[in-house]
Design a protein around this ligand. Structure first.
Ligand SMILES: Cc1ncc(COP(=O)(O)O)c(C=O)c1O
Length: 457
């Protein structure tokens, strides 16, 4: 969901609140505060935030849907379709009659590919998890069967030899980063890739860390650009998010060497490391520097964020600090998702799913690359994961492409949103995700993507 801009409603005015709200949201879309593809809060959430009844928010959304400023689908949400900043004022737009607003197809990065997640496999794993008796006490490190399954998974798919005792269950990558930041001295400086994963930046800041942006090039995070006095460095070496390259072997060595020399942690976010379609992956940082690396994995990309589960492999002393903090604060990752993952792993369904997922995503990636090439543009990034990068000449072109695609029911993701606030000389481009839609939806919108690129890029 998008952070909604401040919306002021005047309860003393004679204008109905729903009309005021629709006006304010329209103005935000026209002014660029809300951008095409941004997801709006649910009518219930927005009503709660504004302290108005849900009838008010529902009426405002209905009006915006009818006018074509927003699009949506039950169960998926309401999205800004938007209009170029040069559009006529919304009040001058006649309500749009005729064909319904097109369904929004999401080509932004970050979602898992649910279409290939076999529902009967999913149900079977949840049933198996439910067959286990409940425990009377919490295990702050995580379910033993889960930690065993993760150890085997890491060995088989990532070449990392980690026993169950080396593994802590987590609530996912961002939650794990926040936990690690929580045991650093207050105000610690943590370097992050720029462009990079903004949720981790948010998690670090919320945990009281000072975030230091560091540039990325085709070899990954620029180790030479790391300043002194750091407590940790966060990076995505297997598949830089969002630029899509892997960190070179030389950079990996340099990073680990500096971490050792300067005494900081390397946080290795291996969010889609299982999804590589060509050569064998390079050794994990966690294997090169087990004494200084916190290796982080997640089920959010290979299965679904529904599980709310990830894992962390770290040196014993840090694990002990994290466990002490969990115990002292009563925080611990939920066991249900851990049990489901363990059931998927022990039945062999996880390995089968991963094979299927890799095949599917590799195929989609080729289709996306072809659609981009047909428009005379280039899709960059390694053959891995579920997104590619399409560089664009400048930010104005990026805005125009996002807006034009939004008007045609395709939510695209600009590179801008992946930079830290105010990054000077930021690059422009599209971060094109291809996991979220169904294959049929993807086929339907790739020609739209090509034509938008031809027209605006
Ligand atoms: C770079 C990156 N890291 C990690 C994640 C997953 O995070 P979490 O496990 O917190 O859901 C994502 C998901 O979009 C991601 O893009």
């Amino acid at each position: 969901m998008t952070g909604i801009p401040p919306l002021l409603l005047d309860r003393a005015s004679g204008t109905p609140l729903s009309v005021q709200l629709a006006d304010a949201l329209r103005a935000a879309a026209a002014g660029g505060t809300l951008r095409p593809g941004d997801r709006l809060p649910s009518t219930r959430e927005l009503a709660g935030a504004l302290r108005v009844s849900r009838t008010v928010t529902a009426a405002a959304y209905d009006q915006l849907l009818a006018e074509g400023w927003a699009g949506g689908r039950r169960g998926v949400g309401t999205f800004v379709l938007g209009a170029a900043p040069s559009s006529p004022p919304a009040a001058a737009l006649p309500p749009r009659a005729g064909p319904a607003v097109p369904e929004l197809v999401d080509l932004r990065a970050g979602s898992p590919c649910l279409e290939v997640l076999d529902r009967s496999v999913w149900r079977r794993a949840w049933r198996a998890a439910g067959d286990l008796p409940p425990d009377a006490s919490a295990d702050a490190a995580g379910d033993p069967a889960f930690r065993r399954a993760v150890g085997e998974h890491l060995l088989r798919h990532r070449g990392l030899g980690a026993g169950p005792d080396d593994v802590l269950a987590t609530g996912g990558t961002s939650a794990a980063v926040a936990e690690v930041a929580g045991v650093l001295p207050p105000g610690s400086r943590v370097a992050v890739e720029d462009p990079g994963y903004q949720r981790v930046t948010g998690a670090l800041r919320a945990a009281g860390a000072q975030v230091v942006p560091v540039p990325v090039d085709d070899d990954g995070l620029v180790v030479d650009a790391l300043p002194a006095d750091l407590a940790a460095v966060y990076c995505t070496p297997a598949h830089q998010y969002p630029l899509g390259r892997r960190m070179s072997a030389a950079r990996r060595q340099e990073l680990v060497a500096r971490a050792r020399a300067e005494g900081w942690w390397v946080l290795e976010d291996d969010y889609d490391g299982e999804l590589r379609y060509d050569v064998a992956p390079l050794p994990l940082l966690g294997a090169l520097g087990p004494d200084v690396v916190v290796h982080l994995g997640t089920t959010s990309k290979i299965l679904s964020p529904t599980l709310g589960v990830g894992w962390l492999v770290a040196p014993a002393a840090l694990r002990a600090e994290l466990l002490a903090r969990r115990t002292a604060t009563g925080t611990r990752p939920a066991r249900a998702g851990q049990r489901v993952l363990a059931a998927l792993a022990s039945s062999g369904d996880l390995a089968r799913h991963l094979r299927r997922l890799r095949r599917e995503l590799a195929g989609r990636r080729e289709e996306v690359r072809a659609a981009v090439a047909a428009a005379g543009a280039v899709a960059e990034g390694d053959p891995a994961g579920a997104h590619v990068l399409v560089p664009l000449p400048d930010v104005a072109v990026e805005d125009a492409v996002l807006a034009a695609a939004g008007r045609q029911g395709v939510a695209l993701d600009g590179l801008g949103r992946h930079h830290l606030d105010g990054t000077a000389g930021r690059r422009a481009g599209l971060v094109l995700g291809f996991a979220a839609p169904t294959r049929a939806e993807l086929h339907r919108v790739l020609p739209v993507l090509s034509s938008v690129l031809v027209e605006h890029a």
